[in-house]
Write a protein that binds this ligand. Structure first.
Ligand code: FAD
Length: 269
């Protein structure tokens, strides 16, 4: 059946982060249904905020207990790994060090990444107790999200910048037979009609540096809790922004503050 003779389904996606854009892309490439896609969001690809995260593939704890998360993580990892020749994704040698051996009980993902192995004592610097190495993938968020936007616009997707307080505000875009996807992430906490109070922020502070020499993801954890005091270096691919790396040293659960705190950064690193 030609796309002209197929019925068109309105698809409204709230949120233009990596999740909203990926959903839009998959829907736009669907060969069975023709979606008329509108993306509505407060922040758009290319905005300053889209620079600020890593972004490498790192395992999330939920994968240990939730089969769905494991499936999503594997699909994402394999797809990104295959995308490396495009230049949008970088294959990244990685080492992670930890002061406690808690990390050893959370390795549900070791067969998902490439070339995983435990480091020997001689390969682990003081004061760390455990070390692992593997190959993962990372993207440059600013370039990756901008690429999504141009791919989507070339497929007829409409972008609309709008802050939405309630799902009712976008109902008229969805119509009677359309679909609405909520991909607002933390925004869902206050979005009327969703109000997901299980969501909470984790505050990170990052610095982007230019360097040819940083070619490896390194992360070091100190403290008893796995998520405390994680310092990391994430080199990123770049077709436009070449040779950049993100330095992270802050991981504050429950902190909503988005302003820069030079002293807080120093304390955590
Ligand atoms: C410092 C830092 C480092 C990180 N490093 C990594 C990393 O290395 N690897 C990794 O995988 N993840 C990393 N993350 C996490 C990663 O950034 C998020 O998991 C990811 O961006 C979430 O994507 P998303 O599409 O779900 O949501 P978001 O990127 O938050 O996008 C949400 C979208 O919804 C829109 N929106 C929200 N509320 C409303 C509203 N009411 N009305 C209209 N629009 C709304 C926003 O404008 C935005 O467009 C890091 C995060 C931080 C802060």
């Amino acid at each position: 059946m030609s796309s002209a003779s197929k019925s068109h389904v309105p698809l409204v996606i709230l949120g233009a982060g990596v999740i909203g854009l990926t959903i839009a892309y998959l829907a736009a490439c669907d060969s069975d249904v023709v979606f008329d896609i509108t993306i509505i969001a407060r922040d758009m690809p290319g905005d300053w905020g889209s620079q600020a995260w890593g972004a490498n593939w790192s395992p999330m704890p939920l994968g240990a207990t939730d089969e769905r998360v494991r499936r999503w993580e594997k699909t994402t990892f394999d797809r990104l790994w295959e995308m490396a020749p495009s230049g949008l994704v970088k294959r990244l040698p990685s080492r992670m060090f930890s002061e406690t051996d808690e990390i050893l009980s959370s390795l549900w993902w070791k067969d998902l990444v490439r070339d995983f192995r435990l480091l020997s004592d001689s390969e682990i610097p003081t004061p760390y107790k455990v070390g692992i190495t593997f190959n993962t993938v990372c993207v440059n968020p600013w370039e990756y999200l901008s690429w999504f936007r141009s791919e989507l616009e070339s497929r007829g997707v409409t972008f609309r910048r709008q802050y939405v307080t309630s799902l009712d505000e976008v109902k008229h875009f969805v119509g009677k037979n359309g679909l609405l996807v909520n991909a607002t992430s933390l925004g869902s906490r206050s979005l009327i009609g969703v109000e997901d109070t299980a969501l909470f922020p984790i505050r990170g502070q990052s610095i982007i540096v230019e360097s040819n020499n940083l070619q490896e993801f390194i992360s070091a954890r100190s403290g008893a809790n796995l998520s405390e005091h994680v310092t990391s270096i994430i080199p990123r691919p770049g077709l436009i922004q070449t040779n950049t790396a993100l330095l992270n040293g802050t991981y504050q659960i429950g902190n909503w503050d988005t302003s820069l705190d030079m002293f807080g950064c120093e304390r955590d690193i």
